[in-house]
Structures are given as C-alpha cells and as structure tokens.
Design a protein around this ligand. Structure first.
Ligand SMILES: [Zn+2]
Length: 99
C-alpha cells in the first residue's frame, strides 16, 4: 500500500485540520438543525447556517467569510453533517435488510 505523501505540503490546510479534529473524536454540539458549537483551542465557537450559508464567530471565520473561505469549525460541522447522513443511511439500510 502506497502512502499518501504527495499531499505533504508545508502548510496544513483547514480541511485537513478539520479532518484531523474529526478523526481525533471532536464533534460539534448540535443545538438545532442550524446551530452548532465547536470547542476550539481558544474557546467555544458558534456556527450557524442560514440558507446553506455557514457562519462562525471565530476570528478566522469572521475574517475569512469576507473572502469566501471557510474556517475549520465550519468544515468540521460540514464533516459532521455528512457523517451523520452516512450513519443514518447505514442504519436504515441495516434495518431494511433485517426485515
Ligand atoms: Zn470558526
């Protein structure tokens, strides 16, 4: 099995940071379908979704949102949503197969 070394750039991207956080077991707290809290290294941040536009109140998020980029907290929430969808799909599939 070949190792994935081609992507080893000097800087870790936000997506990679979010994936690393997710893999280490960090999960957003879901308050509603459109509101989450993520614990960051310097505090807790609130991520909100409005018409599929995600906003985060961390300094990076406030700054980056003007440039159309997403901070790692938003990326983490998006990973979380995808993961929940996968888990739900898998659960339904298992239930259907068990019938
Ligand atoms: Zn953020």
């Amino acid at each position: 099995m070949q190792e994935c070394i081609e992507k080893s750039s000097k800087r870790t991207t936000r997506a990679e940071k979010a994936q690393a956080l997710f893999k280490s077991g960090v999960r957003p707290i879901e308050w509603s379908a459109d509101c989450w809290t993520v614990k960051g290294s310097k505090g807790e941040y609130t991520i909100k979704r409005d018409n599929d536009v995600f906003t985060c109140n961390c300094p990076d998020g406030l700054y980056r949102s003007h440039q159309g980029e997403l901070c790692k907290h938003i990326l983490l929430v998006q990973l979380f949503i995808d993961w929940q969808r996968d888990v739900a799909r898998w659960a339904v599939k298992t239930m259907v197969e068990a019938l």
